[in-house]
Design a protein around this ligand. Structure first.
Ligand code: ATP
Ligand code: LTN
Length: 334
């Protein structure tokens, strides 16, 4: 059904309740590729355990992330939706690619540096080799395009370098993937520290808007958003807080920044924040409703998971046998 189509792959970690950063930077765009590409959207639970997780919560969030994919418009009949740990070739290729990824390259990854600082008591080897497992996710499916937010650009470049290196040694094996970083929404910032990206594992709940937050919570958090001492609703340097809010508003409404500035001109910060909060909460309402409906039917989610794992497995297996042959692993004949 899909075989002649080019491939799109992306993943989200079930490491917390998803934020509007995950939504606007990544998931919302996923369904735009569904007609023209064979799309694989994966819940990357193996990446999530690079940071300590509570087992029951990890399991629940894995279901929730899958349900959110669907609530954001991904039809499991048109996209392969699956869980990373259900397809063992991810771990298998991950190991192989570790052997073609340099210590120096991994040491330069800013996500590793940030997460090491945040988890100083658990700087494990998986956190370090996270990017080669991510490269394995992508390369296993001969992916052409990877829709992600700005923060993943460095990991993607490394995935391309690894693919090129492997191809140079063994001849054409992997498609070299391109990133797709949206023009709008690629970097939604924290509401409390608008220089930092909004992150689902931020311990400060006021800094993040979660897709599943209630309307009241969303409005309350926007009202508390950090701004500046001025009173003009314009974007630009020194106005990172207002710029971030304008950016969120335009992502949800499709308006340009200039249109939004005009619309809010003369308005106070309080009313502006309320308007952004209401727009955001109302835009997310259909996603929340659909999510609740899907979560009530666990059997259906399990059926989607197993169908996705089977589809992914078929294609992952093909790339993996090619890799095994190229590097000189022996084959079991009996
Ligand atoms: P964590 O805090 O656990 O590291 P995260 O919020 O960074 O998680 P990921 O699961 O790592 O989320 O990312 C899923 C997708 O969402 C990726 O494509 C990533 O680039 C995108 N993304 C994450 N945060 C933002 C953000 N603030 N703005 C835009 N895109 C984002
Ligand atoms: N590292 C990504 C999640 C991720 C991913 C992928 C994204 C894991 N594997 C493959 C795109 C393609 C992140 O967002 N932190």
């Amino acid at each position: 059904m899909y075989n002649d189509k080019k491939v799109v792959f992306s993943g989200v970690q079930p490491s917390g309740n998803l934020t509007i950063g995950n939504y606007l930077g990544a998931i919302r765009n996923f369904s735009t590729f569904s007609e023209d590409y064979h799309c694989y959207y994966c819940v990357v639970d193996m990446h999530a355990i690079t940071v300590r997780q509570n087992p029951a919560e990890l399991r629940r969030r894995t279901y929730e992330t899958l349900a959110l994919y669907m609530a954001c418009g991904l039809d499991p009949e048109k996209n392969t939706l699956f869980i990373q740990s259900h397809v063992p070739q991810h771990a298998e290729l991950g190991w192989v690619l570790d052997c073609y990824t340099m210590f120096g390259e991994l040491s330069r990854m800013t996500q590793f540096k940030d997460k090491s600082a945040k988890n100083a008591d658990n700087i494990n080897a998986g956190l370090f080799t996270y990017p080669s497992l991510m490269a394995a996710d992508i390369l296993l499916y001969q992916t052409e395009l990877v829709p992600v937010g700005q923060d993943q650009k460095q990991h993607l470049e490394l995935a391309r370098d690894i693919a090129n290196r492997f191809n140079q040694i063994y001849g054409e094996t992997f498609v070299v993937p391109d990133g797709y970083i949206p023009k709008e929404g690629a970097k939604i910032c924290s509401l409390q520290d608008p220089i930092k990206k909004m992150s689902k594992s931020d311990p400060n709940e006021n800094a993040v808007i979660r897709i599943l937050d209630s309307k009241d919570d969303i409005i309350r958090k926007f009202k508390r958003a950090v701004t500046d001492s001025g009173n003009e609703i314009i974007h630009g340097e020194g106005k990172e807080g207002i710029t971030n809010l304008l950016n969120i508003y335009t992502c949800f409404t499709g308006k340009t920044i200039e249109e939004a500035e005009k619309e809010f001109s003369g308005m106070g910060y309080g009313d502006f924040k309320l308007a952004v909060g209401e727009t955001c909460a109302d835009s997310l309402q259909p996603v929340r409703d659909e999510f609740a409906r899907l979560m009530a039917d666990k059997a259906y989610l399990e059926q989607v998971m197993s169908q996705g794992a089977q589809e992914a497995y078929k294609n992952a297996r093909r790339t993996m046998s090619k890799v095994r042959r190229k590097i000189g692993f022996t084959e079991l004949k009996h």
